[in-house]
Design a binder for this molecule. Structure first.
Ligand code: SF4
Length: 683
């Protein structure tokens, strides 16, 4: 085995090495607990090569993948040279091992921390449950922690307060009892370990919240689940997190994750949107209500204000303010409802869309809370936390209504009973350049889809990544033999009369050939609904599963189990579905997935560009199209067809960008050829 008979040698004296982390020119030492075991230097080729440790461990299942080696070497080089790296690695490259191996070796060698951040939970689970345990058997031990947001932990202090202070409602008694039973034996206190789903409101009253966490001053500190989780994170060399947590850390100046020197973003095509979310400013009727209910619940008339030991006149002032604020908030959001008219989303182009009747009373509430007489440290901290929230909300309202933030886009939105005012940064490149890429030694961005027409310029420009090394690796799958692309003719004018009927007819012709095992990806829920009704009445023998009718995981389970079923989905289904094998043989793309230009954020992004269609919409749609295309072939034995029911891919100039971006495969616009291909799959 290429110079390595064993991955580790006997423990030597514990030597702690430090790693330094630069932050705004200051160097802070990021010293991990000293390693107990020292490891011989290992080369990538000795691990991932044809005769390496992974090959040994996998036996028959091992397959040498040159792209995987190339990627691993590139990640290692980036870590050693403290540079950033962008890698597109097509399906089947085995990219998680390709970044995990060099990252783990490096973290162990340098005795410091690295972060792996995924977008989806599914990938995070694969890394935690499959890849890392496997690599421990190959590389020897290393310390890993799964990082989740604090709100996922049961807070013992708040839970006691909830139970003792009667802060629950009648309907919450049963789940509260179950939560209590669980709390007596759980070792982690993590919500994901519950065998039942507690009501959102109940968990909200029992979970850890950053500004209500007393840390070392908490009486429950020693037993605290969150603190134990944090300790594990501190001791770990490898942190597995998600994009949301990573950007929450960035947005709070590093208060969420332990210090780290390098990060790998898998599914990195998502980071612009997630980072934008965390850098925005919003306020909603739900968040205001949550604040007021915590102080004095509308239903139970209990809350912080009734719990305080000293119930003097100041408390009565605060209680009156809460009651008045409830009415004021209702009027404020009623005004927003009127301003929205019939729209669900409305870009707000001028300051003062509605009168600011809320920020002053919220500020008064903040002052009234700070004036309360408190008896204990706990009371003092809670009062300060809620005063901070009231002040923060007042400021968010003012910022949204005054529109004073340079480079932000403002909009109002409603979703069922929820009303929001949102301000989002239009371009986050500069912020990420400074606070992400300028702060860390190495950031690796990887995904199966990062390039458009063979170039990384779009993604690099969007996230502010200047001059990184980049690497474009093809999928090792044989697409020319495994896949067919059928482009249906006559569907290029979507505004023309009778388009929906023609679309449905063509889709039914396709489904008549595939007879199930087909995923249909839509760009709008409206079109999905119309087509669903047509299919259900015209093709009653075909099972039609539809996004929104049950949880996504159950839809996928049912789809896998029944061969004569069609699955209809929009947005998240373009990227979040992994169905290897024969269960999925056909992916239908209803339309080229251009972002809707009247979404405020997208519109504002496009306004900043000279040629927004070619600089933004085409590359963005190309990436999403490639994601949709990528649902089909998941293993080297998969076979199937992608059907595009949007003829613009052939007739328009920009269509070439889409076709150039997918792996080489047979393309036809002849339905008979498509039929024969399918007959071949069944024979
Ligand atoms: S330390 Fe924080 S999270 Fe833990 S029990 Fe206390 S308040 Fe809750």
């Amino acid at each position: 085995m290429a110079g390595l008979s064993t991955p580790k040698r006997k423990p030597k004296s514990a030597v702690g090495r430090s790693c330094t982390q630069r932050s705004g020119g200051n160097e802070t030492v990021c010293l991990l607990p000293a390693p107990v075991v020292l490891y011989l230097p290992m080369k990538i080729v000795d691990i991932l090569g044809k005769t390496g440790l992974v090959a040994d461990a996998m036996g028959q299942a091992y397959e040498f993948r040159p792209q995987q080696m190339e990627m691993a070497e590139a990640v290692q080089k980036a870590l050693r040279s403290k540079t950033h790296l962008v890698v597109e690695a097509g399906t089947g490259v085995g990219k998680s091992l390709a970044y995990l191996v060099p990252l783990i070796l490096w973290a162990r060698d340098e005795n410091c921390r690295v972060v792996i951040a995924t977008y989806t939970k599914a990938l995070q689970q694969q890394i935690i449950k499959k890849d890392i345990p496997f690599l421990k058997t190959v590389l020897g031990d290393f310390r890993v922690a799964l990082c989740v947001g604090g709100e996922n932990y049961l807070c013992l202090r708040r839970f006691d307060q909830l139970r003792m202070g009667d802060l629950y409602e009648q309907a919450e008694i049963d789940p509260l009892n179950r939560l209590f039973q669980w709390s007596t034996h759980t070792r982690t206190g993590l919500r994901s370990e519950l065998s039942f789903e507690p009501p959102w409101g109940l968990w909200g009253k029992a979970c850890r919240e950053a500004d209500l966490c007393f840390g070392r001053e908490c009486a429950n500190y020693k037993d605290c689940f969150y603190q134990k989780g944090k300790l594990l994170e501190q001791q770990a060399q490898v942190l597995v997190a998600n994009h949301h947590l990573f950007f929450a850390d960035m947005a709070t100046g590093g208060n969420v994750l332990p210090q780290h020197k390098a990060v790998v973003f898998d599914e990195a095509h998502q980071i612009e949107d997630v980072a934008t979310d965390y850098l925005g400013i919003e306020v909603s009727n739900f968040s205001v209500r949550y604040l007021l209910d915590n102080l004095l619940s509308q239903r139970t008339r209990k809350g912080l204000l009734t719990r305080l030991k000293v119930q003097g006149g100041e408390v009565h002032v605060a209680r009156d303010l809460v009651d008045d604020l409830r009415l004021t908030a209702e009027n404020f959001f009623l005004n927003l409802h009127d301003a929205l008219k019939q729209e669900t989303v409305l870009r707000v182009r001028q300051p003062g869309i509605i009168p600011d009747i809320l920020s002053v009373p919220l500020t008064k509430l903040k002052d009234a809370l700070l004036a309360l007489k408190v008896d204990t440290l706990e009371e003092e901290q809670e009062v300060k936390a809620f005063a901070g929230r009231a002040g923060g909300m007042a400021s968010a309202i003012r910022q949204n209504l005054d529109q004073g933030q340079e480079g932000f886009v403002y909009w109002a939105e409603r979703e069922n009973k929820r009303y929001r005012l949102v301000a989002s940064p239009i371009d986050i490149a500069e912020t990420l350049r400074e606070h992400l890429f300028g702060r860390l030694d190495t950031a690796v961005l990887t995904s199966a889809t990062l390039s458009a027409s063979g170039s990384f310029n779009y993604i690099k420009g969007r996230v502010g990544l200047d001059a990184p090394t980049d690497l474009l690796l093809d999928s090792p799958f044989d697409f020319e033999n495994q896949a067919l692309l059928y482009i249906s003719p006559g569907l290029d004018d979507q505004q023309a009369a009778g388009y929906q009927e023609r679309f449905d007819r063509e889709l039914m012709a396709v489904l008549g050939i595939t007879r199930g095992r087909t995923l249909v990806l839509f760009t709008s829920y409206g079109q999905l609904r119309k087509t669903r009704e047509t299919l259900r009445s015209a093709m009653p023998k075909l099972g039609i599963l539809c996004q929104g009718e049950m949880p996504a995981y159950r839809l996928i389970e049912q789809f896998k189990e029944q061969p004569n079923v069609v699955l209809l989905g929009t947005a998240s289904f373009w990227q979040g579905i992994d169905i290897p094998g024969d269960a999925l043989q056909c992916v239908v793309i209803a339309k080229l997935p251009f972002a809707v230009p009247d979404e405020p954020l997208i519109e504002a992004r496009m306004e900043r560009l000279k040629n927004p269609f070619y600089e933004y919409q085409v590359p963005q749609a190309t990436l999403l199209f490639r994601q949709g295309f990528g649902r089909l072939i998941r293993t080297k034995t998969d076979k199937g067809a992608v059907v595009v029911l949007d003829t613009r891919i052939m007739t328009k100039n920009y269509g070439k960008s889409f076709l150039k971006s997918i792996p080489k495969c047979t393309i036809t616009d002849d339905r008979e050829e498509f039929r024969k291909f399918f007959d071949g799959l069944r024979s």
